[in-house]
Design a protein. Structure first.
Length: 516
């Protein structure tokens, strides 16, 4: 076994001696490239496939989990700035079960499990504090379960209840700080859902008393005091724009079908009434009144032979009541008066009218038609189009709605200027300059490599040079007709072999290959 190895090593050394510097450099470079490729294949082939164990962790939980995994000899790879842990796929579920047994990742919030084990000797104040902690923890878990939220912190202010406390004093307050996932933005609808979630979960908590911020300190909830007018104004503008857009689409669809696409333009302006009014109407029917009670009062007076005196004047001597009811006897000594009091019930009709919602106060419509040819449309065509649009949009004369239809030539859209051929190229000047720079760099590298190769070849003489020189000398001797004896030939060949053994060996090898 040793003899073949010795022969193989000897042949390799002999071949290596016969190589020149460029050939040796090529062999070394090829071996280095092959070794690098083989090492890379072995590295990527034997590298474990890492899977995410947990993500969006706190730094405290991440440090504890990494320590436990390293103690169990499980390879760990961190990501997301230390907030994500990955392990080999073969040990993924084993690592999860092991960390779950250790209580990791830990949840910093404490819910109503705080009351699972009864604790005796707690004061009323301690019980209230535990209830507030449990309520905050449950709310934190619920908010964290929402998409895009990594963590949440809820602080509640629950006032003490007194017998004579007012509604304002019994009002609760809440503050929420959200930690979002990376650069994820939370929408206003999600913020409002969080606000109403807390308001529905805490007693005496009004949505206006909930404040929501993110981890950067940006206020997410809107102010309900100074910005209330602006907020309602923006909502009303949005409703008005949507209403106008809907009416424009209805009218434009009819005109496009009747006149063709691009032959008409419709614009609508709507004045909306957002007021909430309540009206009470009460009507009385006097003709259908009904008498419910009647009272008659009569009075008789007598003064002997003469009438009783009194104060001078007409008013003092005239009886009070209906003069027609007063009767005087013939002698003028007696009088009688009667007063009748009657009560009536008058039927009435009471109606309550409450107007709530959005109402159109006024509608203004403008229609512009494209002129067809040189002849203008007739008044009947304009009127027909006006009535068509009016009926489609519900234009009413009782609301003082207006509609105006006009005709004018449309200006064709201006065509963009024609670009030159170099401007229409799919590449830019920057790309061309970079490409030219890359070509120049390649040319410089190629030229430098050729110069280095020439220098290496010039510094190492070729094996064929002595042989060619010997052949030239022999050819000159033959041409000069200087015959040599066999001993001289052998002596010349021996001297050449002694001086350049490598050259003679290469010459013999080449001669054998040519003859074979």
């Amino acid at each position: 076994m040793q003899e073949p190895l010795k022969m193989l090593s000897k042949q390799v050394r002999e071949i290596w001696r016969q190589f020149g510097a460029p050939q040796r450099m090529s062999v070394v470079m090829s071996l280095m490239v092959a070794t690098s490729v083989l090492a890379a294949l072995l590295y990527w082939g034997t590298r474990p496939d890492y899977r995410v164990l947990y993500s969006n962790l706190t730094l405290t939980d991440s440090a504890q989990m990494r320590e436990k995994l390293e103690e169990a000899k499980v390879p760990v790879k961190l990501g997301q700035s230390g907030m994500s842990i990955s392990v080999p796929a073969s040990k993924l579920y084993t690592a999860r079960l092991m960390l779950a047994a250790e209580g990791l990742p830990g949840d910093s919030s404490t819910g109503f499990e705080l009351f699972e084990q009864p604790k005796f000797g707690l004061t009323d104040f301690a019980q209230k504090v535990n209830y507030q902690r449990a309520l905050q923890g449950e709310l934190e878990r619920t908010v964290t379960a929402m998409q895009g939220i990594r963590a949440a912190r809820v602080m509640l202010v629950l006032p003490k209840e007194h017998l004579f406390s007012s509604a304002e004093e019994r009002r609760s307050q809440a503050s929420v700080m959200l930690t979002l996932n990376g650069a994820t933005a939370i929408g206003d609808a999600q913020v409002q859902s969080i606000v109403h979630l807390l308001a529905s979960s805490v007693q005496n908590l009004d949505p206006t008393q909930v404040t929501v911020t993110d981890q950067t300190g940006h206020l997410l909830t809107r102010s309900h005091n100074a910005d209330s007018v602006m907020e309602h104004g923006n909502e009303q503008l949005d409703v008005q724009e949507r209403t106008e857009q809907r009416l424009v689409e209805k009218a434009q669809d009819i005109l496009d079908r009747a006149l063709g696409i691009g032959n008409s333009i419709v614009r609508v302006s709507v004045a909306l009434d957002f007021s909430d009014t309540e009206q009470r109407n009460e009507m009385f029917d006097a003709e259908n009144r009904v008498a419910t009670s009647e009272r008659i009062v009569s009075e008789d007076k007598s003064a002997g032979g003469e009438r009783a005196g009194g104060r001078a004047g007409i008013v003092a001597n005239v009886s009070v009541g209906n003069p027609t009811d007063m009767k005087l006897d013939a002698s003028g000594n007696k009088d009688k008066s009667e007063e009748i009091y009657t009560e009536y019930v008058v039927p009435s009709n009471v109606s309550m009218v409450r107007q709530k919602g959005i109402r159109i106060e006024q509608l203004s419509v403008a229609v512009c038609l494209a002129q067809k040819g040189d002849a203008a449309r007739s008044e009947m065509e304009i009127k027909a189009i006006s009535e068509l649009v009016s009926n489609a949009l519900g234009v009413s004369t009782t609301r003082s709605d207006t509609i105006h239809v006009s005709e004018m030539p449309f200006i064709a859209p201006q065509q963009p200027a024609k670009q030159d051929w170099w401007e229409r190229l799919p590449v830019t000047y920057d790309t061309i300059f970079k490409g030219m720079g890359g070509m120049v760099a390649l040319c410089v590298v190629f030229g430098a490599s050729r110069k280095v190769k020439r220098a290496l070849l010039a510094s190492t003489p070729s094996l064929e040079t002595p042989i060619n020189e010997a052949r030239d000398e022999e050819r000159e001797r033959i041409l000069k007709e200087e015959p040599l004896e066999m001993e001289n030939h052998l002596e010349a060949v021996g001297q050449l072999a002694r001086e350049n053994p490598k050259t003679v060996a290469a010459w013999i090898t080449n001669a054998a290959e040519w003859n074979g």
